[in-house]
Design a protein around this ligand. Structure first.
Ligand SMILES: [Zn+2]
Length: 242
């Protein structure tokens, strides 16, 4: 399994993007990509945009998408082992292993969230686990099922602390990191809904504290769904209490 990496930097210089041609507005493919692959990718991209738009209600970010048909292309433009890479609120780079609806939707979700939150300063307030959890949720990533997560974490008992997820990303068991993040965001979203998400984004955009907004929105919505099993977690794993 492989995930993404999010670069919380400002935009790269467009002049550093050699060897790409624009194949549709805002969509660039490397010069090795065949016309057939290009057509296929444009279809994939439009399906992934539909997924993101259905979740947020619309797409506000105008992103530039760079698709690589070779690993050389991906690596020479800053990619490593991930399938894709989102740059801030405006650009995404996809590896030849990431030219699928799930990966594109995942990266577009990062970009949409960053864009809606507004500034570089504000989006740094969003913890990695929320950023990744939302991307896995919105992209409907089929690898992260409730069953698989329950098995991996012994029904949540071995789930990591949310604040430790950031440093776990890209290493070890993806179900523990991305899976736990997805579950936490998913349970929260069941209660908060789109209105709650919009509220959270507005709070962070206005300089509010992420954690207090996240927690107060969930409880305002009359939580009845338990999230991680905290008691079990406390009793059985020092890692999982928080
Ligand atoms: Zn991601």
């Amino acid at each position: 399994m492989s995930g993404c990496s999010t670069v919380r930097s400002t935009k790269l210089l467009v002049s550093s993007w050699f060897g790409f041609s624009e194949i549709s507005e805002g969509v660039y493919a490397d010069d090795q990509m065949s016309p057939g692959q290009q057509r296929e990718f444009l279809k994939t991209l439009s399906l992934s945009k539909e997924r993101v738009s259905a979740f947020f209600g619309s797409i506000e970010a105008s992103s530039k998408v760079f698709a690589c048909s070779t690993e050389e292309c991906f690596v020479s433009h800053g990619g490593v082992t991930a399938k894709g890479k989102a740059y801030g609120d405006s650009m995404l780079l996809l590896s030849p292993r990431g030219l699928d609806v799930t990966t594109a939707a995942h990266e577009l979700t990062h970009i949409e969230l960053h864009n809606r939150v507004g500034t570089f300063r504000s989006w740094r307030e969003i913890p990695d686990w929320f950023d990744e959890g939302l991307a896995v949720l919105v992209s409907e990533d089929s690898r992260y099922t409730e069953d698989a997560w329950s098995k991996t974490t012994d029904n949540g008992c071995n789930a990591p602390k949310l604040e430790n997820i950031g440093e776990m990303l890209g290493k070890g068991d993806w179900l523990l990191s991305y899976g736990t993040a997805r579950r936490e965001v998913g349970e929260w979203y069941l209660r908060a809904g789109r209105a709650g998400l919009e509220h959270l984004i507005a709070e962070v955009k206005n300089g509010g504290d992420f954690n207090s907004a996240f927690n107060s929105i969930a409880s305002t919505e009359g939580a009845s769904n338990p999230t991680l099993k905290r008691d079990c977690a406390k009793a059985r794993s020092p890692l999982a209490s928080r």
